[in-house]
Design a protein around this ligand. Structure first.
Ligand SMILES: [Zn+2]
Length: 345
């Protein structure tokens, strides 16, 4: 099979306070989806813990020590980011799952991998936990891919929030392209189109800020006109996906109107781009998504697209409204990035 899932029931062990959206039931949903894939004859493996060396490629030593010190106790790291006694170990398992996904895909035994993990990672900066995130799983995965010899790694992040941590970690790194489509303005406050990277990384941070209320049509437009053209021009050796499902229309935190079918379509588009650029090498890592039914449905859609024998073109659901939010986002991104990329507008 060309898709492997990395999953573990242990991801439920990281505890958050009662009523917290990033709850352990999310891990149970992921396990259900992994078991369904196994029942269909698909391959599912348990992750290993990330190593200190792998973490230290993207996080400060002092920060790793600080998170390690939370082991065995309950600590609030910011207003909504809580470490339980188990968190350090489980966060290392989440980052390790992302590393494992990359190794499977770069090693060539599988074309595609999906790491079903919590806690999520894309808000975690080099030296700061925030937004339910401790270690930046996708960033650890990208740096591991570079370590294994990938010259260029593209990260596409469709979580409803901007991945400020991933952006910060790679903002001056010309070998890692970070593309994010997100609700804006919104938590964590970053992700304006004008944030395009720094130093030698200028132009390699691509932010597509969508106004609240964006629907499938808006996402379809920004994928066609910005995200896919940029990824193709970058010619990555590996496509990584920060797969958050909180832009779903039923999500309690996000304010978007994305349907389950559109998550399938985004995934299919990214799979097709990976087929074109890098022999199909694609590894996805879960991020947010707080309606349990929406997460289950969306994950099933992603597994179905990544696990299918052949790529499917254009899975976008029928359009009924004008993508005015998408058009505004494309215009803002084009204004900021015209010197670097040719967009399909
Ligand atoms: Zn999110």
């Amino acid at each position: 099979m060309s898709l492997i899932l990395i999953s573990s029931g242990r991801f439920a062990e990281h505890q958050t306070p009662p009523g917290h959206p990033e709850c352990s039931e999310r891990a149970e949903v992921m396990e259900v989806v992994a078991n369904e894939w196994r029942d269909q004859g698909g391959e599912v493996v348990a992750p290993r813990e990330v190593t200190r060396e792998q973490l230290a490629r993207v996080h400060d030593d002092e920060y790793i020590r600080r998170i390690a010190q939370t082991a065995g106790s309950a600590v609030a790291l910011d207003l909504d980011t809580y470490a339980s006694p188990e968190t350090y170990e489980i966060a290392r398992l989440a980052a390790g799952a992302a590393v494992d996904a990359v190794e499977r895909v770069i090693g060539g035994r599988h074309q595609r991998a999906l790491a079903l993990v919590r806690p999520p990672g894309h808000h975690a900066e080099r030296g700061r936990a925030m937004g339910f995130c401790f270690f930046n799983n996708v960033a650890v995965a990208a740096s591991h891919a570079r370590h294994l010899g990938a010259e260029r790694v593209a990260i596409v992040d469709f979580d409803v929030h901007h991945g400020n941590g991933t952006q910060e970690i790679f903002e001056d790194d010309p070998s890692v392209l970070y593309v994010s489509v997100h609700q804006y303005p919104f938590y964590p406050g970053t992700g304006a189109a004008a944030e395009i990277g720094a130093g030698r990384g200028q132009g390699l941070t691509v932010n597509v800020p969508l106004e609240v209320g964006a629907a499938d049509e808006d996402y379809r437009l920004v994928f066609a006109q910005v995200i896919l053209p940029v990824v193709r021009q970058f010619r990555p050796d590996l496509v990584l996906v920060s797969a958050g499902f909180d832009a779903h229309e039923r999500d309690p935190l996000g304010g978007m109107r994305v349907t389950t079918a559109a998550f399938a379509a985004m995934t299919a588009d990214l799979r097709a781009a990976a087929d074109e650029c890098c022999a199909g090498r694609l590894a996805a890592v879960t991020e947010g998504g707080y309606d349990l039914h929406a997460v289950a449905e969306s994950l099933r859609a992603v597994v179905s697209v990544l696990g299918a024998k052949a790529s499917k073109a254009n899975l976008w659901p029928g359009c009924s409204i004008l993508p005015s939010r998408g058009e505004a986002a494309v215009a803002a991104t084009e204004l900021a990035l015209a010197p670097y990329w040719t967009l399909q507008t």
